[in-house]
Ligand binder design. Structure first.
Ligand code: TRP
Ligand code: SF4
Length: 433
């Protein structure tokens, strides 16, 4: 269906730039200090609203990171890539929250709640710690067990309606109600971290695959609608408008908050408008007004930012997916098994060695090359050399795979050793049950 991204369909996207333009996603080109390679290799290719989080990182301000996992299959390298991002944000001072989407898995994938719980603990949470997440500064929770999340889903449900949700997701009338409600629970996930009891209003980033963009768009829209004020550029400076309620009291409050920073105001109560004539930055006024709003409105939130990563190509050609054993390298695969999968992988190599030598390979469509890009080669120079020598036909698939398999083996051994050593008490501290 044109014009719709379906978060529950499983397919590989081809043209990310086109997707980005079609849906108004912005190009990701931030120069993040000490960031892992995926941030600069085009793997994280798009964002919404990341500028504010970027500023928070540079200025060492508070910010929050929220992501979620669907507990419906084993954890593979594609999932690890999200955690690599989370690890980076944690290092930069972000506070981390991870939602186990057990309600969504139940509604959309028929996974019973207790099975989701076992799977999440065994396959995901243990590996998060093994990968280096500091459980002291991160929390994992289950959608079905955090009342603030489901409450928020209901409350903010007021800010959208059935026709909008049908339009975004293309649901059939036969959709079960738990599935239909999943987008609202995800809105609850994303925004609840800004409630007072979960750390208060602060910039938030949601690192996800681009299939999640419909949820992000809806969440940002709903958050915008939940605000008491709207802020717009006008001919008379930046305009602050009251959407409903006691215009006079609200405008006076807005002005009080703005006075420390600006001094030329024009207030028009019948119009529900306050003009800040000496303001030029919309964002600056918006942020001050957000704090004014929050005095009385617990649902005034920073619009959550998002970043979008590409999906890993599966070793069998399609998307790397838990439902196709051979397409994915699971973190719990034995190193021997992982080696076998790599050695059997589809590559961008020529049909024969001779053809490969003559015409060169195509790393741009090669799942093995992607392993280097995403996980195995941290050094940009050496990655470049792999790319170029493949293109020149000098690097052959057999040796290239062996090298990748060796690196992967030691990566998996390391993760598995650490996972085995994770203490149950640490898990309990990390997960809210
Ligand atoms: N819908 C996500 C998925 O299919 C899981 C998820 C639930 C999530 N809540 C979230 C992701 C909040 C990011 C933020 O994988
Ligand atoms: Fe892929 Fe390596 Fe073969 Fe090039 S040489 S096509 S990168 S496996």
């Amino acid at each position: 269906m044109a014009g719709i991204i379906n978060p529950w369909a499983s397919h590989q996207y081809k043209d990310y730039a086109k997707l980005r333009d079609e849906f108004g996603i912005e190009e990701f080109s931030f120069d993040l200090p000490d960031a892992p390679p995926i941030f600069r290799r085009g793997v994280i290719f798009g964002h919404r609203g990341f500028n504010r989080v970027y500023r928070a990182i540079l200025n060492r301000e508070r910010f929050s990171v929220l992501t979620g996992l669907m507990p419906s299959g084993r954890m593979h390298l594609g999932h690890k890539m999200v955690i690599d991002q989370v690890l980076y944000y944690q290092k930069m001072g972000g506070d981390i929250t991870i939602a186990v989407a057990d309600i969504e898995a139940y509604g959309a994938r028929n996974v019973p709640l207790d099975a989701a719980k076992d799977l999440a603990l065994r396959e995901y949470v243990r590996n998060y710690i093994a990968l280096g997440l500091d459980p002291g500064r991160a929390r994992v929770y289950f959608q079905s067990r955090r009342k603030a999340v489901t409450d928020l889903a209901y409350i903010l449900g007021k800010r959208t309606n059935l026709s909008e949700v049908l339009g975004i997701y293309g649901f059939e009338p036969s959709v079960n109600m738990a599935h239909l409600f999943a987008p609202l629970v995800q809105i609850g996930d994303i925004l609840h971290v800004q409630l007072d009891e979960y750390g208060g209003m602060r910039p938030t980033v949601v690192p996800v695959g681009v299939d999640q963009d419909p949820h992000i768009r809806l969440t940002r829209e709903v958050a915008r609608r939940a605000r008491t004020y709207s802020v717009k550029k006008t001919e008379e400076g930046v305009g602050v408008f009251v959407k409903s309620g006691d215009a006079e009291a609200l405008l006076v409050r807005a002005r009080r908050h703005l006075e420390g920073r600006f001094s030329e105001f024009d207030i028009n109560i019948p119009y529900g408008a306050l003009y800040v004539k000496d303001a030029s930055s919309l964002e600056e006024v918006e942020e001050i007004i957000l704090r004014a709003d929050r005095e009385e409105n617990p649902y005034a939130f920073y619009l959550p930012a998002s970043t979008y990563h590409r999906f890993m190509t599966g070793l069998t050609g399609g998307k790397m997916s838990s439902s196709d054993e051979n397409s994915a390298i699971f973190l719990s695969d034995s190193p021997e098994m992982a080696r076998k999968k790599v050695m059997r992988a589809l590559t961008g190599g020529g049909q024969t060695v001779q053809e490969h030598r003559e015409k060169g390979g195509n790393p741009d469509v090669c799942a093995v090359y992607e392993l280097y890009v995403y996980h195995l080669e941290r050094d940009d120079e050496r990655l470049r050399e792999i790319y170029d020598s493949c293109r020149r036909g000098e690097r052959l698939c057999g040796g290239c795979k062996k090298e990748a398999a060796n690196l992967l083996e030691s990566l998996l051994r390391d993760i598995q050793e650490k996972a085995a050593a994770v203490d149950d008490a640490v898990m309990r501290e990390f997960v809210e049950m």
